[in-house]
Design a protein around this ligand. Structure first.
Ligand code: PEP
Ligand code: MN
Length: 338
């Protein structure tokens, strides 16, 4: 349910409504807007009589949100969400690039990649310190040491960091070292982890589960938001289908329905989506054309020597070429590359 306050409702009137919602054993979520404040209500609202809230001073109306995801829905929050990051902003009008190696392998390669990205106007670096690998014998990442590398490289270059959190035990350490906490495809429905990052003070990049419907994906976003963290960024990374010509099937057709159902920004990961570097540029450009808010993609100073996902990583020259093409396409689409 959504309580819409009148334009010019006073802070006292808003506080009074919040108190009334709490007294019904429900959770209020104040959503300040340009014109007026709205207050989202989560919990079991089935038995609530909307009129009991509508009669409170300063309330304009109460609206029932029909979708099972509430805080993530456009019904509750019509305006697109903006994610301010300090070094850049994800959200309407922007097309945000996040690039870097699949895994942190050593400090020199992260420093080198960060310098290359900053020189080319890309302000966010992705890399995994904790890697979810299909085989326990594959490279598992540098763990805590990798997080320390992020802190030093961030300090030296000013670049923002995106890295994956795989379990609740490392939540504090990852939150401290990163600008955006990534939740990987395999953890999209790890509800304990979603609840934990709902408590975090950093934005969450939520990858789509490899067999998740759009509704299931948005319900996972809802878990994070229900915990009080409204800064959620969705990321399409390909789903499992019968197709075997690519690692996954990059579902760009999810972008328009996603944007009609939710106000949250959506990025695309064409690296995991295709699994082969030759296919990445076409799908990156298609993501921009389809209305995505940015890209998460894998690049590596020496892809052939990468410890994970080298086959889908662009080298620096390939990435530079792609950036040029994206910049050209962004102009007629009215998007600002950042
Ligand atoms: C990654 O971004 O490196 C990654 C492991 O992605 P996904 O969770 O989409 O497989
Ligand atoms: Mn990877």
């Amino acid at each position: 349910m959504l309580v819409v306050m009148q334009t010019g409702a006073s802070p006292e009137q808003i506080a009074h409504v919040i108190e009334a919602i709490r007294s019904l054993n429900l959770t209020p979520h104040p959503l300040p807007g340009a014109m007026r404040t709205a207050i989202g209500i989560t919990g079991n609202t089935g038995a609530v009589d909307a009129r009991s809230l509508e009669v409170i001073d300063g309330v304009k109306e109460c609206i029932r949100v029909t979708k099972p995801f509430k805080l993530a829905s456009r019904e509750m929050h019509p305006a697109d969400t903006t994610i301010p990051l300090g070094m850049t902003t994800i959200g309407p009008g922007n097309f945000t690039m996040i690039a870097g190696p699949c895994s942190v392998e050593n400090e020199a390669m992260i420093q080198q990649t960060a310098e290359f990205l900053m020189e080319n106007g890309v302000k966010m670096l992705r890399a995994g310190a904790y890697k979810p690998r299909t085989s326990p014998y594959s490279y598992q990442g540098m763990g805590r040491e990798g997080l320390e590398i992020f802190k030093r490289v961030r300090k030296r270059t000013g670049i923002g960091i995106v890295t994956e959190l795989m379990d609740t035990e490392n939540a504090d350490a990852v939150e401290d070292a990163t600008d955006i906490i990534q939740i990987g495809t395999r953890n999209m429905q790890n509800f304990a982890l979603l609840k934990r990052v709902g408590q975090a003070r950093k934005p969450v990049l939520l990858k789509r589960g490899m067999s998740a419907t759009l509704e299931e994906w948005l319900m996972s976003a809802e878990y994070v938001m229900a915990g009080g963290n409204y800064q959620v960024i969705l990321c399409e990374r390909g789903v499992r289908t019968f197709s075997d010509h690519s690692r996954n099937t990059l579902d760009l057709s999810v972008i328009p329905p996603c944007q009609s159902l939710t106000h949250l920004p959506i990025l695309v990961d064409p690296s995991h989506g295709t699994g082969k570097r030759a296919y990445v540029p076409a799908m990156a450009l298609a993501s921009l054309a389809a209305g995505a808010d940015g890209l998460l993609l894998e690049i590596h100073p020496h892809p052939d020597k990468a410890m994970s996902d080298g086959a889908q990583s662009l080298d620096f020259a390939g990435f530079k070429k792609l950036l040029d093409s994206l910049r050209k396409l962004a102009v007629p689409l009215g998007k600002k590359m950042n």
